[in-house]
Ligand binder design. Structure first.
Ligand SMILES: Nc1nc2c(ncn2[C@@H]2O[C@H](COP(=O)(O)OP(=O)(O)OP(=O)(O)O)[C@@H](O)[C@H]2O)c(=O)[nH]1
Ligand SMILES: [Mg+2]
Length: 223
């Protein structure tokens, strides 16, 4: 039997409604005084470790909550849950978060006052770049063990981010990684990209990162 192939032409952006919802949520969060920070990186670059250290630093000073995306497990949520209100978003196989799932996480957190909502995406330096999660600030982590050539190889993630955190910088003496090279490569793609070097495990750069968050919150959300 001959197979029939049909082409369906979609004459509108299929993500348009989702993107409009994400944009509306960004406005709503700003009115609540909540800065929404979206963390993206390759698997294992240190997103959860950074959030653990951030939660400890802000403890008693700032109200934070976390939505954490994972393909399969709740391992990161179990790490973060003791430190901050955390909702696990399990994608069930999808390699990135999309706004409708984030919306469910926001609903699950409730409407209590929050200074920061962090969203940790699934570890993936490609697909998350294409999805607006309603964030005010997109932050890309690149760890020194990944190599300083990654911005040029995964440009969309760096083009759509506001800040690049170079993580695990305590390991710099042990790996061939040039801070100058990674900065130059990333800024060729996104000239306005900010850069902070951190090592969440030993606390290096954590003060600069938290100060940066406070400044961005003042700038983007206000009180
Ligand atoms: N040396 C060093 N290791 C770190 C640092 N931050 C994280 N790690 C280690 O890197 C590994 C991965 O850290 P995670 O925080 O789980 O990374 P992640 O980006 O959340 O990983 P996924 O959620 O799986 O994408 C763990 O073994 C951490 O202990 C750091 O500042 N220095
Ligand atoms: Mg993680």
């Amino acid at each position: 039997m001959a197979e029939t192939v049909r082409t369906i032409v979609v004459r509108r952006d299929v993500l348009a409604d989702v993107n409009a919802d994400a944009a509306a949520e960004r406005v709503r969060m700003a009115k609540r005084g909540t800065l929404v920070v979206h963390l993206v990186s390759s698997p294992g670059s240190g997103k959860t470790t950074l959030l653990e250290a951030t939660a400890r630093r802000f403890a008693g000073r700032r109200r934070i909550a976390v939505l954490v995306g994972d393909i399969e497990t709740d391992r990161d949520a179990r790490r973060l849950g003791p430190l901050a209100p955390t909702v696990q978003l399990t994608t069930g196989g999808a390699c990135h978060l999309e706004f409708p799932l984030v919306r469910r996480g926001i609903d699950a957190l409730g409407d209590g006052p929050l200074e920061y909502l962090f969203i940790e995406n699934v570890g993936n330096l490609v697909c998350p770049a294409s999805h607006d999660l309603g964030e005010h600030l997109r932050v890309v982590l690149i760890s020194v063990t990944e190599g300083d050539d990654k911005p040029g190889k995964y440009p969309k993630m760096f083009r759509t981010s506001r800040l690049m955190l170079v993580s695990k910088c305590d390991l710099l003496p042990h790996v061939p990684f040039s801070m100058d090279r990674v900065a130059e490569d990333a800024r060729r793609i996104q000239p306005d990209l900010d850069l902070i070097a951190v090592a969440a495990l030993d606390g290096t750069g954590m003060e600069s990162w938290c100060d940066y968050l406070e400044r961005e919150r003042d700038r983007l959300v206000g009180d």
